[in-house]
Design a protein around this ligand. Structure first.
Ligand code: NAD
Length: 323
């Protein structure tokens, strides 16, 4: 524990946020928000808390009701959420949902006024991200792909990492809005670069979680105590996030899902989706990613065993021989 007060922590987070002009504009933005699930719900709540006018739409009435209770305004449709706002944020499951919400008669693009900036924070394939961006640009709209990392805890705390793809001007417009939901905002490049960064990062995470899990299971067979392996590897060349922040066995990292029967956190099926996106991009771009391919197969196997809703660190149980 650091011993810092919550007031100190809040101050530190604010000092990392963009400059004064951005803060002024933060008070004034009208935002449409579509997709109020595990991530989008708390993200929209943070925009409301930052002083924005937020119009929300989701297929789930309960999700909309929760957001309205927190101070958001209900929009009757996708088009209504996108009309007459400065920004439209989407946090949806996959590329087909984003394209469906952007395109069509009641879509975002048909209703957004020229100059509106579209921010898509879903994790989707790079091709769909680029297609969404082309549709938006052709209609005179700004657009960035801005996928997120940090999980539901980061979404609630407003400490997400955003990996952003898009033109400089669109990034500059979107940055103050992202700063109300996250603490680390990286302009990764042009359209699609945010999604590329996201799937590369999560491929590292999927592979490293399996590697760490294998090491703990080997240690178990060798009679080496898990805590001792942690004490060595967390300070040695095996150190990585999957070990030190998200240790897959109970004990060494009290906050990791291993200590709460592997409830997510970040579900197996979410990790599988991201590994599939990485393999799809790998095949299309001609990259060589054999460890990513193996990680995808192992997570598919574990998901097919009925474990899709478990936290992804639970794959250690499969490696231990559990069904
Ligand atoms: P979720 O399933 O909880 O939420 C998705 C929401 O989108 C739901 O409320 C659903 O009703 C809504 N929706 C779907 N189609 C819609 C439509 N046509 N119109 C309006 N609403 C629609 O998913 P989530 O966990 O919030 O994840 C959202 C995105 O964020 C995904 O792309 C995921 O990969 C990514 N992500 C999730 C996490 C995580 O830890 N959960 C972390 C990083 C990134």
């Amino acid at each position: 524990m650091s011993g810092r007060s919550s007031a100190q922590k809040t101050h530190e987070k604010q000092t990392k946020k963009p400059r004064d002009g951005y803060q002024r504009r933060l008070q004034m933005a009208n935002i449409g928000f579509i997709g109020l699930g595990n991530m989008g719900g708390p993200m929209a709540a943070n925009l409301v808390k930052a002083g924005h006018m937020v119009k929300v739409f989701d297929l789930s009435d309960d999700a909309v009701a929760n957001a309205v209770e927190g101070g958001a305004h209900k929009a009757a449709s996708v088009g209504a959420a996108a009309a007459d706002v400065d920004f439209v944020v989407t946090v949806l499951p996959a590329g087909k949902h984003v394209l469906a919400v952007y395109d069509g008669l009641d879509g975002v693009i048909a209703h957004a006024k020229p100059g509106t900036v579209l921010i898509d924070s879903s994790t989707i394939d790079v091709d769909s991200a680029r297609k969404a961006s082309e549709l938006a640009k052709a209609a005179g709209l700004g657009v960035v792909d801005a996928p997120i990392s940090g999980g539901t805890a980061g979404a609630a705390a407003g400490t997400l990492t955003f990996m952003v793809g898009g033109a400089d001007a669109d990034f500059a417009s979107a940055e103050p809005i992202l700063a109300a939901m996250g603490s680390n905002i990286v302009h990764a490049g042009d359209s699609g670069a945010g999604q590329a960064a996201k799937i590369c990062n999560n491929m590292v995470l999927g592979v490293s979680m399996i590697a760490v899990s294998e090491a703990f299971m080997l240690a178990k067979r060798l009679g080496l105590d898990a805590q001792k392996l942690f004490e060595v590897s967390s300070k040695a060349s095996g150190q990585c996030w999957a070990l030190t922040s998200y240790c897959p066995v109970p004990g060494p990292v009290p906050t990791s899902p291993a200590n709460r029967d592997y409830q997510p956190g970040f579900a197996v099926d979410m990790m599988l989706k991201d590994l599939k996106l990485a393999q799809q991009a790998s095949a299309e771009s001609g990259a060589t990613t054999p460890m990513g391919a193996l990680a995808e197969s192992l997570y598919a196997l574990y998901s097919n065993g009925g474990n899709g809703d478990m936290d992804f660190s639970a794959i250690v149980k499969m490696l231990d021989g559990e069904k």
